[in-house]
Design a binder for this molecule. Sequence first.
Ligand code: SAH
Ligand code: AVI
Length: 307
Amino acid sequence: MSAALTEILAGLRLPEKMISPKYLYDERGSQLFDEITHLPEYYPTETELGITMDNMPEICDLIGKRASLIEYGSGSSRKTRALLDSLQQQAVYVPVDISEDHLLLSAEKIRSEHPGLEVLPVVADFTRPFDLPDPTIMPLRNIVYFPGSTIGNFTNDVAQELLGFMYQEAGTDGALLIGVDLQKDPAIIERAYNDSAGVTAQFNLNMLTHLNREIGFDFDVSSFTHSAHYDTDEGRMEIRLISEKSQVVTIGDEHIEFDDGESILTEYSHKYTLEGFAKMAELAGFAVRKVWTDADELFSVQYCVRP
Ligand code: SAH
Ligand code: AVI
């Protein structure tokens, strides 16, 4: 049995069924996520891009010259493009992503836009140990870049562990530049995950299509529906797929039973207070040095150093 199948079956056998959000991202999932980032309801991408552009000179000063930019979950590298256009004498860009075709295509685009820049894509699950490539020119420092508030897709203990890996990766003189979505009126947040065009629903349901094709499940995708609610106590979106009938899903000799209305948890998206994120970063070893937000304090970009 493959490691992926073992992991997915273990999640489907929990009292509350769950599947890791990393399975949202095959080629189609990455395209759908790109569509989400252009939706009027999905405020995080445009807001983070705006914050980054508005504070570009200061961000570039903090990053400095000849840095290595290591991006976790780079996707289409939209914000990174803005950064790379402004940074001077950038040594190397290392985008890390699990969605292979999408990553390689984005890396190729960046290579053609920045002929002098060494671009070294890494296909990896960043929640597991992975090797980073050796750049041709030795960088002066490592900047770990983690935009999009992808940190919010992990429970606090896993997020803290992930920040701990990034602390190691940054090294003594390095830093972390991270996008962190903020707590706000729950109606704004819920709208972002229940868009009127139904793209987020397609993105969520595509996970099952992905698992049918890649792993060999026989999910009847049309019998599941998208659900996304904000839990104010936990400060997070909880995104699920709901089985609209009682059914049995099969893979090989394995059978997973669903009651009518039973759900699979596919994603959390935590929203933070500035204090809450600072505490988590501190527990991983970082000190938050600089926080930039938009005027409405919807989103933040934070620069964290090793104290
Ligand atoms: N950074 C981009 C994309 C965010 S979407 C932005 O800010 O818009 C999240 C990205 O992380 C996707 O490209 C997805 O493929 C990648 N991803 C999610 N889980 C991952 C994992 N465990 N390992 C590696 N990449 C992952
Ligand atoms: C990648 N991640 C930060 C997105 C989010 O907002 O949690 C994924 C997403 N899921 C539904 N819409 C967007």
